[in-house]
Design a binder for this molecule. Sequence first.
Ligand code: PMP
Length: 426
Amino acid sequence: MGNESKRLFDDASRVIPGGVNSPVRSWRAVGGQPAFIARGEGPYVYDADGRRYVDFVASWGPLVLGHAPAVVVDAIARQARLGTSFGAPTAGEVTLATLLVDALPGVEQVRLVSSGTEATMSALRLARAATGRDRILKFVGCYHGHVDALLVRAGSGALTLGVPDSPGVPKSVADLTVLADWNDLEGTRATIRAHAVDLAAVIVEPVPGNLGVVPAAPGFLEMLREETTRAGALLVFDEVITGFRVGWSGAQGRFGITPDLTCLGKIVGGGMPLAAFGGRRDLMSMIAPVGPVYQAGTLSGNPVSVAAGLATLEALRGEGSYERLDRLGCLAEERLRAVLAATGVSGVVNRVGSMFTLFFGPTEVRSYADAIGSDTERFASYFRGMLEEGMYLPPSQFEAMFVSLAHDDEHVELLAQAAERVLRRI
Ligand code: PMP
């Protein structure tokens, strides 16, 4: 790392645990200290030492238009001049909520919140209230934010840093979480049936991105829909990553499966803190002040965040956005697969739309066990090599890479050429 990043990290480590405000930003799993980012522009980020990188992290998903797009920056500035927060309803919230309801088949009403964690936490509370049941089912390696009940065998940072279960989560809460193995169709079906009397909800990332991208096997999501209905439990799609990423109508539109509740985040806030949960009207009408399920937030539906989200979604709505994102994703997959073949390195590229992961080691990754069987040491060397090549990747094998509308074929080609050079020398 450059001197300025080093200095900042030393200072940060004195006053912030581990020097970072979210553990995934630490580079512990890949060795070294994180680059401090000074600014972003289109597909690039610049670190505190002035080095430029092609960015494939996209702030972990939100930046589907790239960094600092003029339409979003202008919308933020315009709203900031009018005021940054009122704690009262504003017109923009109505426009954004209407857009979300129109776009997502499973969303008839929606409540805006400030983070994905709040969205999943609130959706679970609602699911428990609506069913009168306490138990929830999640998949090993899926990550749904740091909600107590969901921090059990979680993916993303918890998986990367080897802290699958957090101290501080009461045993009585964790005991209410039932686990199943992603893509284990018969095992999951049996688990749902075994808990049919007390299961409130199954929560799932319809395209898991937090153990690396591991798409659903054919029929798996359909089975979840069928079995939750049969058990009288709710199906909750955590579309915090996939919402407006894998299509205008999210994974639910892309795969044609309508969940009872949906969690959104990342892209809907256009790079500002904003998230949402929504679903069937009969369920959402149980939320306060209409119903008894309490949920609230001082900065919920924050006008600046709403302005950024709306500007992002309006730009994305433009013709051909998803065709372009899919095409770029496809090109990245093909080029990286070709690099593996050319260098003789064992691995596989998993992808849905513009989210993808290059796993080292196994030639097929369909399950949690496959994913954790990957070669994290090779990944760490690859990550460090790619950084030297000016490629900014997520500092973990178990994360998704993203391309945005600010990337073009040339950036994907730069990625592939850098990967080839790195894999030949590590
Ligand atoms: N759900 C998923 C699928 C996520 O990937 C994340 C965060 N990466 C969250 C929920 C939590 O969102 P937040 O970090 O905004 O709390």
